[in-house]
Design a protein around this ligand. Sequence first.
Ligand code: F6R
Length: 609
Amino acid sequence: MCGIVGYIGSQQAVPLLTEGLTRLEHRGYDSAGLAVLGTTGLKVAKRAGRVRDLSEALPKRFAGKVGVGHTRWATHGPANDVNAHPHTDAKGLVAVVHNGIIDNAAALRQRLSDEGVELASDTDSEVVAHLVARSEADTLEGKVSDALSAVEGTYGLAVLHVDFPDRLVVARNGSPLIVGVGEREMYVASDLAAIVRHTTTVAHLDDGEIATVTASGFTTYRLDLTRTARDATTLDIDPAEYDAGEHESFMRKEMHEQPHAAERVLRGRLDERFGTAHLGGLNMDARETRAIRRVKILGCGSAYYVGQMGAALLEELARIPADAEAASEFRYRNPIIEPDTLYVAVSQSGETIDTLLAVQEVRRKGGRVIGLVNVVGSAIARECDGGIYLHAGPEVAVASTKALTNMFLGFALLALQLGRVRDLSIADGRRLIAGLQRLPEQIEQVLAQEDQLAELAGRLAGAESLFFVGRVRGFPVAREGAQKFKEISYRHAEAYQTSELKHGPLALISPEVPTVAIVPDDELAERNVAALHEIAARRGPLVVLTHEGVDLGGLPDGAAERVVVPRNERELDPILLVVPLQLLAYHAALALGHDIDKPRNLAKSVTVE
Ligand code: F6R
C-alpha cells in the first residue's frame, strides 16, 4: 500500500524513478509524485491519477540526479494533487515521501499550526517535512532523527533536503524499506520490484533504523544515531519474474504460473517413506507438535478464506480442532490465548497490518505463532516463531491467485505433518502425498479449460448480482470465488452456504441472479444437487463446478452449465475448485473492460488498519 522509490547517482533520476513507480503502482494508484534535486534546487511534481498521468504532465527541465517518487493509496484525505506525495515544508527545502500511518498526526498538526506553520494538505505525512525543516540538527540524518522522535506510528520514508544534495535519508518503522547498491549509484525502495532491473544487491532496513544513502554507499543508524552494522546481500532473483512477459496482465500470468509455483512449495518437503511432510522452519520437535490441542488461523481477505480451507484440512487429517478468523477482528475481542494452541498467520505480502497486529497480540500474551508467508523476510515472517515460506514468486496483481494456491498447499503440508504425529496412518499419509504430487498437473488441466470458462464468464458479467454457494469444504471455496469476482468485476457476488439458501436468500433467486455452485463428488453431493433443483425451480441460472460422474438429477435442459474439474483426494479437491473461479472472475472483468491488475479502490498489501 503506497510505494516509494529513490535514486542517487550519475544518471538522470526522473526516468528511473518513473519506471520504478510504474512497477510499484499495484501498491497504490490514486496519485503519484516525484521530487528531484537539480542545479536549481528542489523540484516537485505530483498529481492525482496514475503514474502515466504524472509523466505526461511533468514540467520542462524537471531534472536532477537525486530524487524520490511515490505512488499513493489514500488514507488521510482524498486522492487529489495536494495530498499526493512528496510533501514539502513551506520554504520548499525538504521533500518527504511516506508509507504508513502517523498515529499522532492530529496532535503534531495542531502543534505545528500553533507554531505558525501553514499545512498545505490533509495528510499525516506532511508533518514530517515540517519537522525535518524545523530541526536544528546540522546533519540531514540528525534532522530526520529529530523529526522521527516526535512521530508515533508506522513509516517507511525517504527525505531530500536542498542543503544536503549529496544524500537521501531513509527510515523504517513497520513499513518496508530497502537500499539497493549499484555501480556508483544507489537506490531506495519500499519493494524490490521497483529497482530489481537495476540491482539485486540490497539491504533491508530493520524497524527503528535510519540510513544515509549517497552515490557511493550507505550508512545505517538507530533512531538515536548510534551506528548499526548492515551489509547488502545479492539476492538470487530473476528480474524477469517481475514482468508480465507475453501475458496481457499480471493476474493472467500469475494464474498460469500456478502449476510451477505449486511444485516449488512442495519441493523437498514430502517424505514418501514415512508418508509425512518435513517442515523444518516450524522450529518444533515431534513432542511439541503432539502437544498442540487446537489451531487458530489468522489472515485477511482471501488469506482468511484459504485459512478456512486450511482449518478443514487440519481437522480432517490431524483431527485437531481448528478454525480461521479474520485477523482484522481478532485482537479487538481481547482473545484468550492458550499455551497449547498453535496460531497460524497467513499472508502473501507478510505486511498486512491487521495480520501483523494479530500476531503481535498472540506473542505478547505468550502464544506460539507460525507464519504461512510468501515474501521472505517480511514483517510477519520475522515476527513469527517459525513458519512455512510459500515460494510462489512475486505476486503483483492485486487479486491473489498463485499465493493463495500455495497457502492451501502449505496447510496441506502442515496438516500432514501434524496428522502423522497423531492418528493419520502411513497409508493415508502416502495417499495424500500422491494427491499433492498430482496437483500441479491437474491445475494445468483446469487452466486448459480457460476457453469454456471465458465464455461462461462473459455471460455472468451481465448480471448485477450473483451467488456463490458451497457446503463444508466447498463453502470457503465459494467465499473465495465471490471475493475474486467482486474484487475485479465490481459485480455484487455473495457467498452462502448452500444449505442456508432456503433460510432466506432464496428470495433473491430469479432469472437475473445467477448462482455459481460448488458441487464436488463428496458425501454432500446429493444434498447439493437438491439445492440446485430449488434454484432451477425459481429459474435461477446455474453454473455448477463439479466432478465427472456427479449426477445432477435431471435438471431441466439449459438450467445449468457444468464445469468439470479433475478429481484428487477429497481433502485436496478444494484447490482444484478454486482455480476455475479465478478464471471466471478474470474473464468477467476482462469482458467488462476493467483494469484487472489494479481494481478500483484497492491496492496490494494493506498496511493500514
Ligand atoms: C484478494 C486479496 C486480498 C488479500 C488480503 C490479505 O484477492 O488479494 O483479500 O488476500 O488483503 O493480503 P496478504 O495475503 O498479503 O496478507
